[in-house]
Design a protein around this ligand. Structure first.
Ligand code: HGY
Ligand code: MN
Ligand code: MN
Length: 408
């Protein structure tokens, strides 16, 4: 079986651990997540790795210790968005796993220690969290988010305990930077560039900066039949000003993208004037100064627009992370391996966020992108080919085998 075929086989098996419905929905601490952990532990052990479920819900697979050698962390996230695809995250766990399994089967020892990490939660789809597992390893974990609760009132701490992790130990997970030589993540591109260039893989130059705001628009509920139009304080009508403004500001700026991704109407009844709308604004840019200036302009515009309505609005910045440049040394390692496997080493920007946004606080970050069909992601139809999975696996294997040869 080729490396690519094995990767597709495991991806298929992992994708079954999902809530019912289109695509893959596997949220932190869920029964689906618990079931995946059982399979993943077995697959890692088959690949010759010793396994450990850590206090933050990360599953860590370690190669046999090489005395005196540093550790390269390789990994990506186990969790998904709601009704997402099967490769976002999991490809970055299963592809390296298959490469290590192949090296183990051939009795090939590497000149450095490898930690294969399946991070517990990168998407933050269940709690107002993100990068939970990677921020723990990077010593950046904010313990206050353990109190965050999901829609059913279950806390993040409880979700970790449901996994079999003890969140009390998260602070001890921070790795010693002296012992880490880098962090490599393999991930689907989630965009159209590699497909447009007919390339199976690419090298990431930088990961986008991101900020997220929670917004509440307040109006007044009322009878949808008897309340005169001119007396209404319709929170949803006011909220549409926000949705439209975010889209307009981002369309006018080549270095800015944004979305209102979540929107909840209260009381959400066919014959009641909406009294309250809760929504999220997310802005992304390769440059923090551009993003900050854009935020200022947008929020000034929104103040004016909402002042012209009979409703009030408030907003809270709940998350921000500046862009992260990938390390030139790791980019060069990937480029040499790509050329050694007879592909063109194209470098591209990541508009998606990744665990490297946390891991860069610990060590140098490098990313290898894999072509995905139509650039589609966060969608049930997310797809890659076995041939591209095989190409990326050969590039990663080459990069690891040549590691010593290029250590300055
Ligand atoms: O939002 C992102 O870019 C990533 O999928 N968490
Ligand atoms: Mn994602
Ligand atoms: Mn991802």
């Amino acid at each position: 079986m080729t490396l690519g075929a094995r990767i597709m086989e495991l991806s298929e098996a992992a994708a079954r651990h999902s809530e019912p419905g289109p695509g893959v929905t596997r949220l932190l601490g869920s029964p689906e997540h618990q079931a995946l952990l059982r399979d993943l532990t077995g697959w890692m052990q088959t690949a010759g790795l010793s396994t450990e479920l850590d206090a933050a819900g990360n599953l860590v697979g370690r190669t046999a210790a090489v005395p005196g050698a540093k550790t390269l962390i390789i990994g990506s996230h186990q969790d998904s968005v709601r009704q997402g695809g099967r490769y976002d995250g999991m490809l970055g766990v299963l592809l390296p796993l298959v490469v290590l399994e192949d090296l183990h089967r051939h009795g090939t020892a590497l000149p450095l220690n490898i930690e294969l990490v399946a991070f517990s939660d990168e998407e933050g789809a269940r709690f107002a969290s993100t990068l939970v597992g990677s921020s723990a390893l990077a010593g950046q974990f904010d313990a206050s988010i353990l109190q965050a609760v999901d829609a059913q009132g279950v806390s993040l701490a409880q979700a970790l305990r449901d996994l079999g992790s003890n969140p009390d130990g998260i602070a001890d997970l921070a790795r010693n930077p002296e012992q880490i030589t880098g962090f490599l993540e393999v991930h689907i591109e989630q965009g159209p560039v590699l497909e447009s260039l007919d390339l199976p893989v690419g090298i990431v130059s930088a990961i986008t900066g991101i900020e997220r705001h929670k917004v509440t628009v307040t109006g007044q509920a009322g009878h949808a039949g008897t309340t005169p139009m001119e007396l209404r304080r319709d929170a949803l009508v006011a909220a549409t000003e926000i949705v439209r403004a975010v889209d307009q500001h981002c369309r006018q700026n080549d270095n800015l993208v944004g979305v209102v991704g979540e929107l909840t109407v209260t009381p959400n009844a066919v014959n009641v004037i909406p009294s309250r709308v809760e929504l999220t604004i997310e802005l992304r840019s390769p440059n923090r100064d551009i993003r900050h200036a854009a935020r200022q302009r947008l929020f000034a515009d929104l103040d004016a627009r909402l002042a012209a309505t009979p409703c009030q609005w408030q907003h809270d910045l709940v998350y921000q992370q500046d862009e992260v440049a990938c390390a030139p040394a790791l980019q060069q390692r990937l480029a040499r391996a790509i050329e050694a496997e007879h592909f063109w080493p194209h470098t591209l920007f990541s508009g998606a966020g990744h665990d490297g946004l946390a891991m860069h606080h610990l060590t140098e970050v490098g990313m290898l992108f894999v072509r995905c069909a139509g650039g589609l992601s966060h969608h049930p139809d997310e797809a890659i080919t076995a041939a591209d999975a095989d190409a990326a696996a050969r590039v990663l294997r080459r990069c690891l085998l040549d590691w010593e040869a290029h250590t300055e």
